[in-house]
Design a binder for this molecule. Structure first.
Ligand SMILES: Cc1cc2nc3c(=O)[nH]c(=O)nc-3n(C[C@H](O)[C@H](O)[C@H](O)COP(=O)(O)O)c2cc1C
Length: 209
């Protein structure tokens, strides 16, 4: 399949085959893809919670407006933002750069100082909006990787984040959930798999200059 055929094969899976599970290697690919997501300034202030626990998945249905995808999927990936983003994240990031690339402080310090100023000046709501936008980048990346790997997925913002946070005790990790991506295999009788894609004509969505 070409990449375009794979993207056409992908659809928001409404019904998963609960008997089919992803292999550890497949889940590992998704973990790596998440971790390789390009994020603003390279600051990785996102975390992905991987749920493979039937009891928790069943309870996720109740806080997702009854959407059963989360119960029947092989795994549920939950994209979370940190409740706190501050200068410590900036420092940790620059320490990581130093340890991986051996970049001297003289080169890093001006960038670090600039990012400190940016983060310090950012009000909490702006930080939350910024971090949440990063989570959507990770979601898109994961959906595409799933399509390439022949893994079915359903992007979801239809859930109650505060309830999910309570259920998974995300407070203890300093996290808030923002998006979910159940992954696995489509059920043979998921009628949505047969539906034609609904998209505007490219002439309506693309402007060439
Ligand atoms: C950010 C985002 C949130 C979504 N939330 C839900 C959801 O909660 N439940 C659901 O069934 N589909 C959800 N969808 C799926 C969209 O409705 C679907 O992707 C869109 O209609 C296009 O259809 P396709 O993905 O099958 O091509 C969501 C999609 C995105 C990108």
């Amino acid at each position: 399949m070409s990449i375009i055929e794979k993207l056409k094969w992908r659809y928001a899976t409404k019904k998963f085959d609960a008997a089919k599970k992803l292999s550890d290697a497949q889940v590992n690919t998704l973990k790596e893809a998440f971790n390789l997501t390009a994020l603003s300034y390279g600051l990785q202030t996102l975390k992905m919670v991987v749920v493979q626990n039937q009891n928790l998945q069943d309870q996720l249905v109740d806080v997702s407006f009854g959407q059963r995808q989360v119960a029947d999927a092989s795994h549920v990936l939950i994209l979370c933002i940190q409740t706190k983003i501050d200068e410590n994240d900036v420092d940790a990031h620059f320490e990581t750069i130093k340890s991986i690339r051996n970049t001297p402080d003289s080169i890093l310090d001006p960038f670090k100082a600039q990012l400190h100023t940016t983060i310090k000046a950012m009000p909490l709501e702006k930080k939350v909006g910024w971090a949440t936008r990063q989570a959507y980048i990770a979601l898109g990346n994961l959906m595409t990787v799933c399509a390439i790997e022949g893994i079915d997925s359903c992007p979801m913002e239809g859930f109650l984040p505060a309830e999910v946070d309570n259920l998974l005790k995300l407070d203890a990790y300093g996290l808030n959930s923002v998006l979910m991506l159940p992954v696995g295999y489509r059920a043979e009788d998921d009628m949505f798999a047969e539906f034609k894609k609904v998209r505007k004509q490219m002439s309506e969505t693309i402007i060439e200059m």
